[in-house]
Write a protein that binds this ligand. Structure first.
Ligand SMILES: *[C@@H]1O[C@H](CO)[C@@H](O)[C@H](O)[C@H]1NC(C)=O
Length: 487
């Protein structure tokens, strides 16, 4: 009876601690993604008090994580004679429901059939979502069974095995089971002191499931934006941030960033240079690891990096280029000449201009167009394209309508014969059905030698249009309105 009372007191004290010692900000670690599967020794060799302490420890360990699919998923397998899946990885999608479930877990007793439990762990972790996976093995270390092989298999599948043991027996087995490094992945503690490892073990898990805490999210030749998952909050901490090119003896550029900052932009970087950047969270709530990232800026892009041609006409070409770098370019020079030889024309343009219309060119001719940029630093960069002007499409020269016999209309026109393929003649026809007063439109294609045609049944005041057709398109046509008197 006395023992029972003591036990109750211990559990109560431990529960109190669970509610009062949580100091991690609510926004903490919301950016991590991965699976944590807890393998909890629930066998008869674990004292009841020890068991509840392990549960409380686990609850606090996972408390800062944002729980759910796409974030951190936590599952719990109890190890006994038969393994018991207390809850799978997809059961809880909030810290609240996870914490409540942890309070309801009760001890199985029986043997420590860890091997069978690892079979269940395999089913939950292997060949599933491509996210980092942690198997956290909590044991008293007493007769865990033959775990070497199943642990190796899990590790081969990329599962990180971390272990906490409360008794020093079988330490060798644990050493073989965990994923290196042992210093941060294997803990052997007295159950009453287990809280002292919470922070380190959590950091070790964070390193696995929040692998890229400091990430480069945007990179150009002269700038970078670095982003990180929240580690401290504005009330309780701040960040020390510094960066420099890897190969330099100069001191790093340093900044202090507020606790609620999530990203920072680095400007005036050298192109094509590898930098190292570090972020150290500073907080009252404990020590945090310094996060680091290396990145290489993009090679410098000097305008013009691309030149293109659009909307060429019979005697003109529009040439465009980019990128616009008005701060770095003094002026652009566009040179153009017919291929293979011809006089070279030159246009000089302001640094804010990104296109030019070259006109007065020969139709149906290939040109070489070169765009050069004179940069402020004295550099010069040029890029050339070939472009063809369209063939000339001379318009129709004249169009006349004259009445002819039998209510027909004689249409005559004049046109330039060069490159001509024919003519489109369209006219508005009197409708044969008296029910409709709307004229309908007819068209006819005539050979290039044609200069006149006769149209019958032209609508009163109907329009007649004639357009010259060339191999590259339709030239401008002319239209006339018939002035027919109905007889
Ligand atoms: C960055 O590069 C340096 C030098 O190569 C290396 O020592 C360091 O580990 C790298 N840091 C990261 C975060 O990769």
């Amino acid at each position: 009876m006395k023992d029972f009372f003591l036990l109750r007191v211990f559990v109560w004290a431990a529960l109190q601690r669970c509610y009062t010692q949580i100091t991690v900000p609510a926004t903490g670690l919301s950016g991590c993604e991965g699976d944590i599967l807890v393998l909890l020794d629930s066998s008869g060799s674990v004292a009841n008090y020890e068991y509840s302490q392990l549960l409380l420890f686990t609850a606090e360990l996972v408390h800062p994580f944002s729980i759910g699919r796409g974030r951190v998923r936590v599952g719990l397998i109890q190890v006994g004679t038969n393994p018991h899946l207390e809850f799978g990885l997809d059961v809880h999608d909030s810290q609240e429901s996870l914490q409540k479930a942890m309070q309801r877990v009760s001890q199985l007793q029986g043997d420590t059939n860890t091997k069978a439990a690892l079979g269940l762990a395999w089913e939950l972790l292997v060949n599933k979502e491509q996210v980092p996976k942690v198997l956290l093995w909590l044991t008293d270390g007493v007769q865990p069974g033959d775990v070497d092989e199943p642990m190796s298999e899990l590790k081969e599948q990329g599962v990180s095995v971390l272990a906490v043991s409360t008794v020093h027996a079988n330490y060798k087995v644990l050493q073989r089971a965990v994923t290196p490094p042992l210093e941060s992945h294997l803990y052997s503690v007295d159950i009453d002191d287990i809280d002292i490892i919470t922070h380190d073990l959590r950091e070790a898990i964070i390193k696995i499931i929040c692998a890229e805490l400091l990430r480069v999210v945007h990179l150009t030749s002269h700038s970078a934006v670095l982003q990180w998952h929240p580690v401290v909050d504005a009330d309780s901490g701040y960040y020390e941030f510094w960066y420099k090119p890897i190969r330099t003896t100069k001191p790093a550029v340093r900044r202090t960033l507020s606790g609620d900052s999530r990203k920072t932009e680095l400007t005036n970087l050298q192109p094509d240079t590898t930098y190292t950047a570090s972020l150290r969270p500073e907080s009252n709530h404990g020590l945090f690891n310094t996060l680091s990232v290396n990145f290489t800026t993009l090679p410098d892009v000097l305008s013009p990096a691309e030149v293109s041609v659009s909307g060429s006409g019979p005697g003109q070409i529009r040439v465009s280029w980019g990128p616009l770098q008005p701060a770095r370019v003094r002026k652009y020079i566009v040179e153009y000449g017919a291929i293979p030889s011809g006089p070279v024309g030159t246009v000089t343009l302001h640094s804010r201009q990104s296109s030019a219309l070259l006109s007065g060119l020969e139709p149906d001719t290939e040109y070489l167009v070169t765009v050069s940029a004179l940069h402020a630093d004295g550099k010069e960069r040029a890029m050339s394209v070939r472009a063809c002007t369209r063939e000339a499409l001379p318009p129709l020269a004249d169009l006349q309508l004259a009445p002819a016999e039998q209510q027909e209309v004689q249409v005559t026109w004049e046109a330039n014969q060069d490159g001509l393929k024919g003519f489109w003649v369209t006219w508005e026809r009197r409708n044969s059905r008296s029910t409709s007063s709307n004229p309908s439109t007819s068209s006819v294609y005539l050979p290039p030698s044609t200069r006149s045609t006769r149209l019958a049944r032209l609508a009163p005041s109907g329009r007649v249009c004639v357009s010259p057709i060339y191999s590259s398109g339709r030239g401008d046509g002319l239209c006339c309105t018939a002035n027919t008197l109905r007889g």
